[in-house]
Ligand binder design. Structure first.
Ligand code: NAD
Length: 367
């Protein structure tokens, strides 16, 4: 297969490309604008491979998209290009509307026009795989909210039938793009598949997100900021498990279906940070515990309290299960950051210095 991956220089996209090049005989075209979050260094291990090509382009630029479809004639699109950081979407939502909504619209139209030129067999085999997030579903009840009558009952999970209720500009823009993709299937018969995944972690994660930020701040003796009480629950999935799942979906998934992907790893943020500290205490010991650097800061406005995925459709229908537990995956991740300090320095050479983003000027301390 020839697969066009958008956003392939980002965290998950680069894992997808490394997975395909290293484990299959498929060809990959990486289409990426190279925003602050895109780094070709994440693809160093495969960039000389003859089955890999790179095109620097913006998904909002229709002419460029038409040129790339014509040049490479892909059999499938895996669409990961997006603005992806919730805090940034609070500070500046415009880029999110542009790339995540308008960009996805452009890509759908360019892909559909190209698809219309294919012969019947190629048309039937073609797939447009849209990669989305569980954040489109909003948040779930938190164990803290259980009353006397509900204590001990199993808490609900996100399924493929859960109604959309996004909370942030980021998740609203992703929800909009999911709706566009479904409409292109229903209206034009365009062969789309959607996946909604929980929080990823692992190597090559840009250090604005919780896990890499905490590892790097800890090593530099800086504060480890915890939003609110740190009791928000996320369902963590190791990025390479996600990459394997996405390849299964694009090659074996059914057109028109949605698949939820998750790690069965519900953890409170504070637990995640304390576990990182204890791994660092072991691997890079110092006089005091890294946990002493933990500091509680204002919560994120509109912060979702709990996400958790029911991934049974992925296991029942596509026989996919995550390989890493949270403990094995987190240890690998910490070790990777320790071994790859140069990557960390190089990706942070822009204006971002791991400062707090996404606070509203009207927010007062402790709110
Ligand atoms: P990322 O921010 O690390 O990477 C995004 C990539 O898209 C970057 O390489 C960037 O240069 C590129 N890009 C941004 N705007 C572009 C544009 N206009 N044109 C072309 N390329 C552009 O994101 P990620 O964490 O790798 O997430 C990838 C996808 O997976 C996103 O769609 C995101 O919504 C989704 N997702 C992420 C997570 C997670 O935990 N990170 C979980 C579920 C779903």
């Amino acid at each position: 297969m020839k697969i066009l991956v958008t956003g392939g220089a980002g965290f998950i996209g680069s894992a997808v490309i490394r997975h395909i090049i290293e484990n299959t005989s498929d060809l990959v075209i990486n289409l990426d604008k190279l925003t602050y979050a895109g780094n070709l260094e994440s693809l160093k291990s495969i960039d000389n491979n003859r089955r890999y090509a790179f095109e620097q382009a913006d998904i909002c630029n229709r002419e460029e998209l038409d040129r790339i479809f014509k040049k490479y004639q892909p059999d499938a699109v895996m669409h990961l290009a997006a603005e992806s950081h919730v805090d940034r979407s609070i500070t500046g939502p415009a880029e999110f509307i542009q790339t995540n909504i308008v960009g996805t619209y452009n890509l759908l139209e360019a892909a559909r026009e190209y698809w219309n030129t294919l012969d019947l067999d190629a048309k039937q085999a073609f797939r447009f795989h849209h990669i989305s997030t569980d954040e489109v579903y909003g948040d779930l009840p938190h164990p803290d909210e259980q009353g006397e009558n509900t204590t001990g009952k199993e808490l609900p999970l996100f399924t493929e039938q859960t109604a959309y209720a996004p909370s942030s500009p980021y998740s609203a823009s992703k929800a909009s793009s999911d709706h566009l993709v479904r409409a292109w299937l229903r209206t034009y018969g365009f062969p789309t598949i959607i996946t909604n995944c929980s929080n990823n972690y692992g190597p090559y994660h840009f250090p604005e997100k919780l896990i890499p930020l905490v590892i790097l701040n800890a090593l530099e003796g800086k504060k480890l900021p915890i939003y609110g009480k740190g009791d928000q629950i996320r369902d963590w999935l190791y990025v390479e498990d996600h990459a394997r799942a996405l390849y299964k979906v694009v090659t074996e998934g059914k057109v028109g279906e949605t698949y939820n992907i998750g790690g069965h790893n519900e953890k409170q943020n504070i637990e995640v940070v304390k576990t990182i500290c204890s791994i660092l205490n072991e691997l890079v010991p110092k006089k005091s515990s890294y946990a002493e650097q933990i500091t509680f800061v204002n919560d994120r406005p509109g912060h979702d309290r709990r996400y958790a995925i029911d991934a049974s459709k992925m296991s029942d229908e596509l026989n996919w299960r995550p390989v890493e537990t949270f403990e094995t995956g987190l240890r690998k991740t910490v070790q990777w950051y320790l071994n790859n300090q140069t990557w960390c320095k190089n990706v942070q050479d822009g204006s971002y210095k791991r400062e707090r983003l996404g606070e509203l000027s009207t927010q007062v301390e402790g709110e």
